[in-house]
Write a protein that binds this ligand. Structure first.
Ligand code: F6R
Length: 366
């Protein structure tokens, strides 16, 4: 039941602190991930993993894109990420020691399942399913499975399934991280950040009223542009997908550095631009990208780390500050305001939030 919530989607957004905690439960030690979290066969398989292919569709694909930044940076493993419907019809070249990872909330997405079956014939080292449904086809047919423990997700637009996939992917990153403190591992710092994440998410969800106020600026718009850099580029893609799915406003996600290579031509006062600005190495570059938007008369909405010195002293910029977090977990946190933003825009537009037109919760046909 929806309880006191107006829609399942809103309920599921607010469940995220609890389900993120569940997704971590029993999987973290004092300062490292517990290797047995992935099952008894995992350590042997991880030991021979030299690269990773991640395959998924839709929102799950966006989780895979975030994971690429994490796995390469923190575990030093090369990663490819691809949508299942493309992968399964390519002729991929598989290097020795490649781990094949599928991401799926339902575990029944036709293209993802077909991609797994196809991969199994190609000589991959092993297969891992990151999935929310125990006993689903994807889980049954993979060598290893890690359950995301998001609980049933009723809203067609995926929310808590996405953030718990991100948790699972960070656990995978840490499980594959062979560095030690001596060689610069930040495993202990990331583990500590993961443990505080449920509380910090709660603080971000408490900004709901402010986000609802911001959403008014979008209800009459026909387009929106979402910008991010680094691991937050896929968060921008996911923000755009959420907005188009449930509010039917055309939205695009772009890596902010690509602005002047095309999309800047679209920016005018009718094109709201939403950006996530965590406190990371790309901040200064992002700030100058945002300056480019303002110079073209674009209206900016920025979700920014409280410490980065972005504020709304100017008329054409609205800023909402998020608590500072370890940059490794920031993509999880910055997802939440974008979910709430699209939710409130959809409510204002009066769309069927939980059952958007033309979409189904589980896509079991190609
Ligand atoms: C978007 C959404 C879809 C799914 C996609 C894959 O909000 O829910 O894009 O992410 O259909 O579904 P799963 O994860 O079940 O394979």
């Amino acid at each position: 039941s929806k309880g006191d919530y107006r829609h399942f989607m809103l309920k599921e957004i607010f469940e995220q602190p609890a389900v993120i905690r569940d997704a971590l439960e029993g999987r973290l030690g004092e300062s490292s991930v517990l290797a047995e979290s992935f099952g008894p066969d995992a350590p042997a398989l991880f030991a021979k993993t030299r690269q990773i292919h991640i395959i998924a569709c839709g929102t799950s694909y966006h989780a895979g894109l975030v994971a690429r930044y994490w796995l390469e940076r923190y575990a030093g493993v090369p990663v490819q990420v691809e949508v299942a419907s493309e992968f399964r019809y390519r002729h991929p070249v598989v290097a020795e020691g490649t781990l094949f990872v599928t991401l799926s909330q339902s575990g029944e997405t036709a293209d993802t399942l077909a991609a797994l079956r196809f991969a199994k014939g190609l000589g991959y080292a092993g297969t891992l399913a990151i999935c929310n449904v125990p006993g689903s086809s994807l889980v049954r047919e993979s060598d290893l499975a890690l359950m995301t423990r998001a609980g049933p997700e009723i809203g067609v637009a995926s929310t808590k399934a996405f953030t718990t996939q991100l948790v699972a992917l960070m656990l995978l990153t840490l499980a594959l991280d062979k560095s030690t403190e001596a060689t610069g591992s930040d495993q202990a710092g990331i583990v500590a950040a993961l443990k505080t994440l449920p509380d910090i998410c709660r603080r971000v969800l408490a900004l709901d009223n402010n986000i609802e106020t911001l959403s008014q600026a979008f209800a009459e718009k026909h387009h929106a542009l979402f910008l991010g850099r680094g691991a937050h580029f896929p968060i921008a893609l996911e923000g755009a997908l959420k907005l188009k799915e449930i509010s039917y406003i055309h939205a695009e996600g772009y890596p902010a550095g690509e602005l002047k290579h095309g999309p800047l031509a679209l920016v005018d006062s009718e094109m709201p631009v939403i950006s996530v600005a965590p406190n990371d190495a790309l901040l200064e570059k992002l700030k100058s990208n945002l300056q480019e938007v303002r110079a073209r008369g674009g209206e900016l909405f920025v979700f920014a780390d409280e410490n980065v010195g972005i504020d709304d002293s100017e008329d054409d910029v609205s800023v909402l500050h998020l608590p500072h977090v370890h940059e490794a977990v920031a993509p999880l946190l910055y997802t939440l305001p974008l979910q709430l933003l699209s939710y409130h825009v959809a409510v204002l537009k009066g769309t069927d939030v939980d059952q958007p037109r033309n979409l189904a919760k589980s896509v079991t046909v190609e």
